[in-house]
Design a binder for this molecule. Sequence first.
Ligand SMILES: Cc1cc2nc3c(=O)[nH]c(=O)nc-3n(C[C@H](O)[C@H](O)[C@H](O)COP(=O)(O)OP(=O)(O)OC[C@H]3O[C@@H](n4cnc5c(N)ncnc54)[C@H](O)[C@@H]3O)c2cc1C
Length: 382
Amino acid sequence: MNRRGFIQQAAIAGSWAAVGSTVASCATAAKGYADKHFQINMGYYRIPKLRLSMDRIVRETVGLRPFRAIGPRLESERLGNKTLVHNYGHGGSGWSLSWGSGMLARDEVMKTGVKQVAVLGAGTIGLTTARLLQDKGVEVTIYAKDVAPNITSSLATGTWSPSSRVCDPQKATPEFKAWWEKATALSFRAFQFQLGLNDIISWVDEYNVFNEAPSERPNSEIFADLPGMVPERIMLSKKEHPFKADYVSRRSNVMINIPTYLHKHMTDFLLFGGKVKIHEIKKLEDIDALPEKCVVNCMGLGAKAIFNDDHLTPVSGQLSCLIPQPEVTYKLNTKGASIISRKDGIYLGGNGIVGNWDTTPSREQTEKVVGILQKLMEDMRS
Ligand SMILES: Cc1cc2nc3c(=O)[nH]c(=O)nc-3n(C[C@H](O)[C@H](O)[C@H](O)COP(=O)(O)OP(=O)(O)OC[C@H]3O[C@@H](n4cnc5c(N)ncnc54)[C@H](O)[C@@H]3O)c2cc1C
């Protein structure tokens, strides 16, 4: 079939984002909790200092978040004699939404009754969707141009952030909001069942350290934290923290240890009989040529060229990785920089450039972030 015929036969079968249901929260939001790091004698939370210098930076990367202002593409389409289920464009929230988005995509696949399914892409979205399909007895082959660590998912920080650059709240529809709430709740629950599995998921302390009062982003309340998930952020008094800053808050948050996490789920996928084929899709006809009658498109930013998706744009983010420091287990956000402590390293980040396709790391950006955080550490009470 040629490209024109293929496109002509395409008919949107229905947006699976239009789930229209509200989320039942798992529990009521915690109002406060005991904390083993609160040192009664010292009078403030014990926060180990980061050893920061340019020679401790072992890796710099730039990843491209697959952003769509209207939200991810979540719809089914007929392409020739195939059903194509789209599941891409999750912006800065792909890790967080992966399980919920995968479950809702799986519902679409199950409606077709097809038992051999192709998943395009081996990032967090593709791998999760593939595993979820296997759990329902579906035989899955993943077709991907690249696998970890040469994928965007390997270049992320991996924190629970389901509303981070997931859409422009002013452009999101009520249907998308309903989908987002459902996907967020499903994902959060799925992550909690992965605690204790060789630390692929952990809970960490997260600090916001600012000199100015935090300003609300426009429409941020539309995609605010849902109740019953991460505990509320608590403002700390000067006595309760060691930072030289006027506005310091703290909460617990979920961290995904990306390398071990991807390894575990890929291993599980293979153990369940899944196949992975390194295969680049260059045009729509390449999808038509696949033997499977149902295809789930989890190609992230790679979907842009194949589907002429004008909505999809990169938002680049640079991370600079420090040598791991086992006592440093927290996450911290301050003006212009952030610290994300994982098992495989301590990641320094903090930027997002809309429309930037350049994945060359900038030494200046690393120096800037290191400088901001060095000052913050120097000013800290020890
Ligand atoms: C710096 C940074 C920090 C981030 N932090 C967080 C965070 O803290 N929390 C969070 O939830 N999210 C975060 N994200 C966002 C998250 O990483 C992405 O939303 C997510 O990785 C997207 O996953 P994906 O599977 O859709 O895409 P990818 O990981 O890009 O995977 C796409 C797959 O499709 C394949 N593919 C692409 N094109 C083709 C083709 N033509 N043919 C065949 N295969 C193809 C690729 O090879 C790959 O296997 C961050 C992103 C960045 C860059």
